[in-house]
Design a protein around this ligand. Structure first.
Ligand SMILES: O=C(O)CCC(=O)C(=O)O
Length: 268
């Protein structure tokens, strides 16, 4: 069986940690050399397709956080094979406790040398999806020591309703960490080795450190959702844009099953 499809064993401890904390990092989930080879293709495509021309100084906080290119699975057969891999999708389904998962979308997040922090936020603010059974797999394409901007999480924050209406911004970076401290949700942020993959729920608050190194931090993310999830009316223009881009043609209340949302893994 291809390594991208091989089932991984998740311990009860990891599963319980995900349920309790809303995030978990699985060390050594992917084989480093094979991942690095696909990573080179992802990084090459990201730089080719990136449309940001301004220097870091000319951008706002969000713009300095990373270059962002979406749905690379449609742009390259190799990356398509990677995103459709059953190993990651099966882990996502097991962590969510669902019988199958679809793709919502993928995105490459390339933090340039001297790129800024990623402000605190919860992803599901952007997503017109009718349940909380969504998870992002954050897959570094090289080691990410502290100086290169690893992802950090507020443990247990997936149950906190306050702050879910704030998009990623200077305001979110000011409000959310303070709010998390007040509510007692500790921030955990640790280096990643190539092959480690973190998973966080759509409502888990998180942020990333700046890249103070002289090397880029290349990361691929795959966003999975339960295979029976339905689409909601858009609450804001960003959600409308998400609906149009990631689930084109799907009506409000209908199953989010556009051709861009294949079931990647199912127990059936
Ligand atoms: O990679 C980053 O800097 C932020 C990633 C993130 O917020 C996410 O994947 O949800």
């Amino acid at each position: 069986m291809h390594w991208l499809d091989q089932p991984a064993t998740i311990s009860d401890t990891d599963r319980a940690a995900f349920e309790r904390d809303g995030h978990v990092t699985l060390r050594g989930l992917m084989p480093p050399q094979e991942l690095a080879a696909i990573g080179r293709e992802i990084t090459r495509l990201t730089l080719d397709l990136n449309t940001e021309q301004r220097s870091l100084d000319e951008r706002d906080t969000y713009g300095r956080a990373f270059l962002q290119v979406m749905n690379l699975w449609e742009k390259s057969p190799l990356v398509g094979r990677f995103v459709m891999g059953q190993r990651l999708a099966r882990v996502a389904a097991q962590l969510l406790g669902v019988k199958g998962v679809r793709l919502y979308h993928d995105q490459s997040l390339y933090k340039e040398p001297n790129g800024g922090h990623t402000p605190a936020h919860a992803d599901q603010y952007y997503w017109p999806l009718a349940s909380d059974r969504t998870v992002t797999a954050w897959i570094p394409l090289q080691d990410v020591p502290m100086a290169m901007g690893p992802l950090g999480f507020y443990s247990g924050s997936h149950v906190v309703p306050e702050g879910r209406d704030i998009g990623i911004s200077d305001a979110s970076e000011e409000d959310i960490p303070a709010h998390m401290a007040a509510l007692g949700h500790p921030y955990s942020c640790a280096p990643f080795a190539l092959g480690d993959v973190s998973f966080h729920l759509g409502w888990t608050f998180h942020r990333a450190e700046p890249n103070t190194s002289d090397r880029p931090r290349s990361v691929m993310t795959v966003i999975f959702m339960a295979d029976d999830i339905h689409l909601l009316d858009a609450l804001n223009p960003i959600q409308q844009n998400d609906r149009d881009q990631w689930c084109p043609g799907v009506a409000t209340g209908a199953l989010a099953d556009s051709p861009k949302n294949p079931v990647i893994w199912s127990a059936a």
